[in-house]
Design a protein around this ligand. Structure first.
Ligand code: ADP
Ligand code: MG
Ligand code: MG
Length: 875
């Protein structure tokens, strides 16, 4: 028979997967001999079983729960459901990973109309007994029966008001009886039945509610954001109650062994005298700092300090603890490794190494890679933020804090920024033409678009704060205003954006520059020592590349060349090329572009100082470059000696039904080899010149996008080689160069062994590979993915976190196949996923050479790479 229920004394910290974090630590603390109210844990497997059995708790599990309950009764010397001296319990959820806000705890379970009288007599404290009962009714109704807590609060407030009280503690026993009667009335009115009087029924109701809470919408969203699988399930802890609300020698509190904001060594916490459970965090009364306990209850304080030190030493990590004091006796109710800011995490990890408590490997493994983001962007001044008014909230697309004046077009944003204003660009959605305005802005807000929309991807690349997809906004870009939460905001008004939470604030909230302290560097140096994967960056401009190098990038894994064509002095030339009817005319138009491209590449090479640079040839469908505004079309027609109608006709002919799968990528080079020729010339001339001018050992890496067939690559490669050799001959240079391909079409992965014969390297373009494998476009998926999350079909956004089961299989297979025909094939990944820690781990495991990600994610990827290497080596 499976074991579904464990007494605390039967478990330990190693059983986290089965008992959940809270349960495993309660067991561990019990083993350490600490003062823990005893209890038992219903396992996470029981939760999974509940879902597999059609949301039912089987009799076998029920029997084990009641058997454990009997053991608990024996330990406590009290009977559950007794009328004179009842055993009361708390019911607490606890998953493997802490999931705040998943389910609220139920306290004082086991009370009913009769037992509360016995409890009052037994404790000699009627006020306390009735207060416990009314809290229980409120929590049970809210958590188990889903009757809103606010309805109960309203009753409590009205009774207080009628009596002229301010504080809950002023309520007398009789007042509380009145509250209880009203609570029960409300319960009956809302649910059409009486409040359950049977303790076992209460218990099973509560256990079921915990299991059910695993799948509530908040929990599903939290899991998706934190990569927690849906099939883990949650455990349930049933624990004997201790009471912090029995008078002035009782109390409850929370504390950390070190400061969770700064990492400073020293106990940091708060408590409330004569209070229960969440009163401390609920903010009803102002809690006291923990040091004050030394005056109030010196014995308890001393014991508390000893135990917290013991716990920190035992776990060798900063602990977050919950405790309760019942009539002068201290109990611990929880300990866990405390959540902390990124800065605190770095400081604590380094301090623990210096204190000889952990190794550098452990220190590196402990830092949550994603959290480094906080250190790389400006943040809001906390006090100013608290005072700010939230207008709404949308997707936290690119982290950081931004405050500035609202502008509605890229040109206006750019112009205002040039005048020295701080600017927030607000758009329905952004397009490549907005790039300069986006660059100029402190922050970007869009009405449409998901986490991988143009705005989101570009903003992350630039390290600019972006909040995207705020559908509640009513915007009129022409009239230059938007409306949100009843505010009418016009050009020049101040708003503030928090790209880490997605919040949109009214007004100009003060920001502070991120500071990178010395411990950050220490951790990164250790990470560099341990990791095997190289980390490159996706950068198109020297400024972005410089940023990335400062953050530790070891090369450029993806330079998108199309961005180079959108600037105002170039776009006309590419438009001319597109509208040309003959090869000669196209070549002439392209020739004008060579100096620009060459200049761009030279600047990049100079910044990179000989580090590898992968340049991807033109990728997007040509229609992205054509003019849409009448005035632009007219100017172009005039310039090219064509009629407006002729220009429009050519533009129309570029229309595609499915541009993502249309005339783009290497298909452009197959139909217009002159484009590839021009780009090759620019790449080679730039490399030769920088090499001779600066002496850097440059080996350009030319990357052909969207290849699906060996002959396709062969064709483009021939064009590239022919031009490159010609340039070398002209310049008398013997410079080396590599030609590879972006692996982003499922067919390419299937044919990887053949394609590898023509390629020096593969770089997995997992954005396209994901959309082509799933068969849905990343620009449209946002519309339906939410339903998929809700129905648990997909758990996370496959564009943010690589779908290792499906797309990952293609990547792994292609890597293996490629190396069968070319053992030295260099392998990398350059999709958005390159900066996602779980994807980085995957890339390490399948033996890629490098990952490439946006500049601000370079440290994250490096840390994740080190963590993967440490995990793999089993240290
Ligand atoms: P969360 O996971 O939200 O912190 P907990 O299960 O830790 O929820 O419960 C919240 C609070 O309820 C605890 O910090 C503690 O103050 C109180 N509590 C829980 N169980 C007991 C108990 N057996 N006796 C007294 N208080 C309890
Ligand atoms: Mg807790
Ligand atoms: Mg692509």
């Amino acid at each position: 028979m499976a074991k579904w229920v464990y007494l605390f004394k039967e478990g330990d910290a190693g059983m986290r997967n089965l008992l959940g974090g809270k349960g495993a630590n309660l067991a561990e603390m019990t083993n350490l001999g600490l003062p823990i109210p005893q209890g038992f844990t219903v396992t996470t497997e029981a939760c999974t079983d509940y879902y597999n059995s059609g949301k039912k708790i089987t009799d076998e599990i029920k029997d084990q729960i009641f058997a454990a309950l009997v053991e608990l009764e024996n330990m406590q010397g009290k009977k559950f459901g007794d009328n004179t001296d009842p055993l009361l319990v708390s019911v607490r959820s606890g998953a493997r990973a802490s999931m705040p806000g998943m389910m609220d705890t139920i306290l004082n379970l086991g009370l009913n109309d009769v037992a509360v009288e016995g409890f009052a007599q037994k404790t000699g404290n009627p006020r306390f007994a009735y207060d416990s009962y009314r809290r229980f009714i409120q929590m049970y109704s809210d958590v188990v029966m889903e009757v809103s807590k606010t309805k109960f609060d309203a009753i409590l407030e009205s009774v207080k008001e009628a009596k002229g009280y301010k504080l809950d503690t002023e309520l007398t026993a009789d007042d509380l009886k009145e509250v209880i009667a009203k609570y029960k009335e409300l319960y009956k009115k809302e649910l059409g039945q009486d409040f359950p009087q049977d303790a076992k029924e209460q218990l099973m109701g509560a256990v079921t509610a915990v299991f059910r809470s695993w799948d509530n919408p908040r929990a599903i969203v939290y899991r998706r954001m934190n990569d927690i699988p849906g099939d883990w399930g949650t455990a349930v802890n049933v624990q004997a109650m201790v009471f912090g609300n029995m008078g002035n020698t009782s109390g409850t509190g929370v504390a950390f062994t070190r400061n969770p904001a700064t990492g400073e060594n020293g106990v940091f916490g708060e408590y409330l005298i004569n209070a229960q459970g969440e009163d401390v965090v609920a903010g009803i009364r102002t809690p006291q700092p923990i040091t004050k306990l030394a005056e109030d209850l010196p014995e308890c304080y001393k014991e508390f300090m000893e135990i917290s030190k013991k716990l920190e030493d035992h776990y060798a990590d900063m602990q977050d603890m919950e405790f309760t004091i019942q009539e002068g006796k201290l109990y611990f109710l929880q300990t866990r490794s405390g959540k902390r800011t990124a800065q605190a995490a770095l400081n604590i990890a380094c301090d623990l190494v210096d204190e000889g408590k952990i190794t550098p490997e452990t220190a590196v493994s402990r830092i949550e890679a994603k959290s480094l983001d906080q250190l790389l962007h400006p943040t809001f001044d906390p006090a100013a933020l608290k005072a700010g008014r939230v207008l709404g909230s949308a997707l936290p697309a690119s982290p950081g804090a931004a405050a500035g004046k609202v502008y509605f077009t890229a040109e206006d944003a750019k112009a205002a920024a040039e005048k020295g204003e701080r600017v927030v660009l607000v758009r329905l959605e952004t397009s490549p033409e907005d790039i300069e305005g986006m660059h100029a802005a402190e922050g970007i807000l869009t009405v449409r678009g998901g986490m991988t929309s143009h705005a989101a991807v570009v903003a992350r690349g630039m390290g600019t704060c972006c909040v995207s997809g705020c559908g509640e906004i009513k915007i009129d870009e022409e009239a230059k205003y938007f409306e949100l939460a009843g505010e009418h905001i016009v050009e020049g008004d101040y708003i503030s954006l928090d790209g880490s939470t997605g919040n949109i604030y009214l007004g100009d909230i003060k920001t502070v520059e991120a500071s990178v302290g010395g411990n950050f560097g220490r951790i990164m140096a250790w990470a560099d020592e341990f990791r095997k994967l190289q980390v490159r960056t996706n950068a198109d401009t020297p400024a972005d590349a410089k940023n990335a190098v400062n953050l530790g990038a070891e090369g450029i894994g993806l330079c998108r060349t199309e961005h180079m064509f959108f600037e105002s002095d170039r776009i006309e030339k590419i438009r001319k090329m597109i509208l040309s009817n003959t090869v000669e005319a196209r070549e002439a138009a392209l020739a004008d572009l060579i100096p620009f491209q060459k200049g761009d590449f030279k600047a990049l090479y100079e910044v990179m100082e000989g580090k590898p640079v992968t340049i991807r040839f033109l990728d997007p469908p040509l229609h992205e470059f054509i003019p849409t505004q009448e005035s632009d079309i007219a100017a172009l027609a005039k310039d090219m000696n064509l009629t407006v109608e002729e220009v429009k006709a050519t533009c129309d002919s570029l229309h595609e039904f499915n541009p993502m799968m249309g005339h783009r990528g290497c298909r452009l080079a197959v139909t217009y080899p002159e484009i590839a020729k021009m780009q090759t010339r620019a790449v080679m001339e730039a490399a030769i010149e920088v090499k001779s001018e600066k002496g850097f050992a440059i080996i350009p890496e030319i990357m052909i996008p969207l290849v699906g067939e060996k002959k396709e690559l062969q064709f483009v490669k021939n064009v590239v080689v022919e031009t490159a050799e010609a340039v070398k001959a002209e310049k008398g240079s013997d410079i080396e160069y590599h030609i590879g391909t972006m692996m982003e079409i499922p067919r390419a992965c299937l044919m990887a062994d053949e394609i590898a014969e023509e390629a020096d390297f593969f770089s997995f373009g997992t954005n396209d590979l994901t959309q082509m494998t799933f068969g849905f476009s990343r620009d449209d998926a946002g519309k339906f993915l939410d339903s998929y999350y809700k129905e648990k079909i997909y758990e996370s956004d496959p564009f943010a976190r690589l779908d290792q089961a499906g797309v990952g299989q293609l990547v792994k297979m292609a890597a293996e196949k490629g190396r069968t025909t070319k053992p030295g094939l260099k392998l990398g990944i350059c999709g958005e996923h390159g900066g996602d820690p779980s994807t980085v781990e995957f890339c390490h495991n399948i033996g890629l050479n490098y990952v490439s990600c946006s500049p601000f994610r370079v440290p994250i990827a490096k840390l994740a790479a080190a963590q993967a290497a440490i995990k793999n080596s089993g240290k």
